[in-house]
Design a protein around this ligand. Structure first.
Ligand code: IMP
Length: 425
């Protein structure tokens, strides 16, 4: 049994792309299981930088087969643009990428509604405006349109008419209008025709791979604290971003998952609205943003930055069943002194080492300060070769969470990585 889940332990943007890319060197099948083009995984290969939003990061490894599971929401135009960009770089996609026939389609009206809401809402979520929320809403309301439906365009026309009807009152309130089903189909049918060869029962392909004892990597998107059930609700995304979501979103039974790797930065970031108790609004925060390149890969928005939150990581370890950490961007902390770490919270009912999820806005983080280091880390390849104070930070994270670091990333390039343990071991 060889399926490994890679999951974000914070608010997304933990550097999953690099870790998945590294892990796929040894993976036969890479599956994305949640979210849609709200994700943006930056892959760095040599001097080349590439952002993939829908296609699993494993696409860069010529031997891997990539699956997009039924838990995802897919914008056909975005997917086709991404495929073209990959092909232009000589990366073969045909025969290597398969998309679930059960994945829901992000329609142009979902994108429109997401934008209208965000521009007028009293309580903004700060979404990526890619239509994610409205598409999942249609899915749960049981009026969504799935990729497999496009095998029968008359069926899609009927489904579009029903969905447009359902959104009509909201559109009226926004003084906006939606195109007719025919107009939508005129645009969508040619896109769907190009995608149909990729659309299949990805769950069956995954099952075949698991039975054949292939190495399967389930690649999370967003992060634990953005999960619809386990995150800082309502400031969350609309999908199941945690490791459990890999089972429903890829179509694999929990008994088939062998290990869960949690990805965390050595500090914290958040994009969009919502509580972020360790946020830094001073020079140290700006420094983290600039040194860490903390600008959204999808929207370009500057990310909010702050110190690492160990109660939050312990929580992420619990809800995901994390077996090992991949600690990323340790190099970004070089030059900061002291380095601070949130180890507990003062809540209205006393101090706790747990994450007070439902009352974060009424709690104060308790920090421990560690001496910083000035040595660059980019050329370090073993834990023992880390500067003493950087190693102490890694140890503190391991000790306070009770989970070891399997990987420590010290730079954006593939080779700028300390591999402590093989994640497929
Ligand atoms: P949505 O997923 O576009 O609906 O956005 C909901 C919330 O999740 C917003 O706060 C977004 O900024 C955040 N979000 C969604 N995807 C990502 C991601 O890949 N990285 C970081 N934040 C994300």
């Amino acid at each position: 049994m060889s399926a490994v889940v890679i999951v974000g332990a914070q608010w997304g943007d933990e550097g999953k792309g690099k870790i998945v890319d590294l892990a796929t060197e040894h993976a036969d099948v890479v599956v994305r299981y949640a979210g849609g083009p709200n994700a943006g995984h930056t892959l760095v290969v040599g001097n080349d930088k590439l952002v993939v939003r829908l296609v699993p990061s494993g696409i860069l490894q010529p031997h891997s087969v990539c699956l997009m599971g039924q838990g995802m929401v897919v914008d056909p135009a975005v997917l086709l643009t991404e495929i073209e960009a990959l092909e232009q770089r000589g990366i073969k996609v045909q025969g290597r990428l398969f998309v679930s026939e059960l994945a829901h389609v992000i329609m142009p009206y979902h994108v429109l509604i997401d934008g209208l809401r965000e521009s007028g809402a009293a309580q903004k979520i700060g979404t990526t405006k890619k239509g994610i929320g409205p598409c999942y809403e249609d899915k749960v309301a049981r009026r969504g349109i799935r990729l497999g439906d496009f095998r029968d365009l008359d069926r899609v026309r009927t489904l579009l008419a029903a969905a447009i009807d359902a959104w009509a009152p909201a559109m009226k309130a926004w003084s906006a209008t939606l195109p007719s089903p025919d107009a939508l189909l005129d645009d969508l049918a040619p896109l769907a025709k190009r995608l149909l060869p990729l659309i299949t029962d990805t769950g069956a392909l995954l099952d075949e791979a698991v039975r054949a004892n292939k190495r399967v990597l389930l690649e999370g998107a967003q992060g634990t604290l953005l999960d619809i059930d386990h995150g800082t609700y309502p400031f969350v995304t609309s999908s199941s971003a945690v490791a459990g979501g890999a089972c429903t979103g890829a179509g694999i039974g929990p008994s088939r998952v062998r290990r869960v790797i949690g990805i965390t930065k050595a500090y914290a970031t958040r994009v969009g609205e919502g509580p972020f108790p360790t946020e830094l609004l001073d020079e140290a925060g700006t420094r983290l943003r600039d040194r860490g390149g903390e600008f959204g890969s999808v929207t370009g928005r500057p990310r909010r930055t702050g110190w690492i939150d160990l109660p939050a990581l312990r929580y992420a370890a619990r809800v995901n069943g994390v077996d090992g950490w991949a600690l990323t961007k340790l190099d970004v902390l070089t030059g900061l002194d002291p380095v601070r770490v949130c180890v507990a919270y003062d809540t209205p009912s006393g101090r706790t080492a747990d994450l007070p999820l439902t009352e974060l806005d009424r709690c104060t983080p308790v920090f421990e300060s560690l001496p910083g280091w000035t040595e660059p880390l980019e050329d370090v390849r073993t834990i023992d070769a880390l500067p003493k104070n950087a190693a102490a930070l890694v140890r503190l994270i391991e000790d306070k969470t009770g989970i070891g670091a399997d990987i420590v990333s010290v730079g954006p390039r593939r080779d700028q990585t300390i591999v402590v343990r093989d994640i497929f071991r």
